[in-house]
Design a protein around this ligand. Sequence first.
Ligand code: ATP
Ligand code: MG
Length: 408
Amino acid sequence: MTRRGNRSPRVAAVDLAKTLAEAGFTAWFAGGCVRDELLGRTPKDWDIATNATPEQVRQLFPRARSVGESFGVMLVLRHNHPIEIATFRSDGTYSDGRRPDAVTFAGPQEDAQRRDFTINGLFQDPHTGQIHDFVGGVADLEARCLRAIGEAHDRFVEDDLRMLRAVRFAAALDLAVDPKTEAAILARSGNLAGVSRERIGDEIRRMFSHASRVRAAALIQAWSLDNAIFADQGAGELWLRLNSLGADVDFPAVLAAWALDRAVFQGSAEELVGQWRSALLLTNAETNGMRACLDVLARSQDWPSLDTAGQKRLAANDWFEPARVMLRCVKADLVNEIDRDLIVLRQSGLAPERLIRGDDLLANGHMAGPDLGRVLESVYDAQLRGEIESKNEALDLARRLAGLSEAP
Ligand code: ATP
Ligand code: MG
């Protein structure tokens, strides 16, 4: 028996739709979830579209929370899953290119028309399974074609972010792009610069976290969207580094790979990271990760000139593995050498526990201060090189380094 809290989000959405239907309303699955299920994929979430007004939704579900205030989107919690219930609507003009100025509650046909791509404009009656297709989305799904609904140009004028959504869906779902849709994007790609950095960053984060990121990078460049995002002239061709990264690599490493593959690396790494941070509204963690990954990559190029301690410290860095994989794309011989060295270095441990810590030094007559940290790091270097092996040896070395007399 399934307990309430364990029910799937799909069951929760079906239950909600049933409640609406029993009250006499139309309640269909809408958009991405219909698309994904037809493709045999598991949707991220199940959205419901209905002819019930937000007021009527609230009467049925008194704890419903209004999310898209003027858009008639209500959030209802069922079996612990938040489900969006949106009233069928048609969108008015988009003076800010993002949100319609006004929405009018309407029928399912108009609601399908306001969506971006035909594959995203489908409805399904969860009770009967019947698909309601007002935009030719089923045929496009079967043909694996991404096509804007109606006049492609108008769809992008309404919301230029849809150009990046087109990249994401084409790449992630492996779809061909309808020529008219592609032509409309090519004609408008520069306008992406007018879209908020937050929305652009979110789309980039989503598409580059996906294994299809190389196709995404190629489409972004083919459509010159990258020039609008970064205000530069990128020229990635082979996507060597992006291609080399595994599916589940961390996003900051993906950013580093994409930046290097785009081959517009002029100025310092710090400038590049700063530019990307503002272009994509990166978080602090993402910015620091991208910087660290580029830094580890740059230092790895000097591997042969590092001593054992330097090599071990580098190899123990969180970003070393993606950096090593990226370096292999351009310097295979060097990485072969690194790999041979690593076999030996691992035998004595890349990051062994420190023989002594700050407390040990303070207890041994050292003064607190910046010198203490330097002594500790030098002692750890000696430990990594295998020059000292015990706590006493470490304490002796620390005293010599700090110019203190030998322990009695
Ligand atoms: P995902 O799997 O990424 O969630 P999705 O298609 O469900 O894909 P959402 O952003 O969750 O995408 O949006 C749900 C639906 O709302 C879409 O399928 C589409 O019909 C519509 N939609 C979302 N954003 C836009 C937009 N910018 N312009 C037009 N329609 C949109
Ligand atoms: Mg969705």
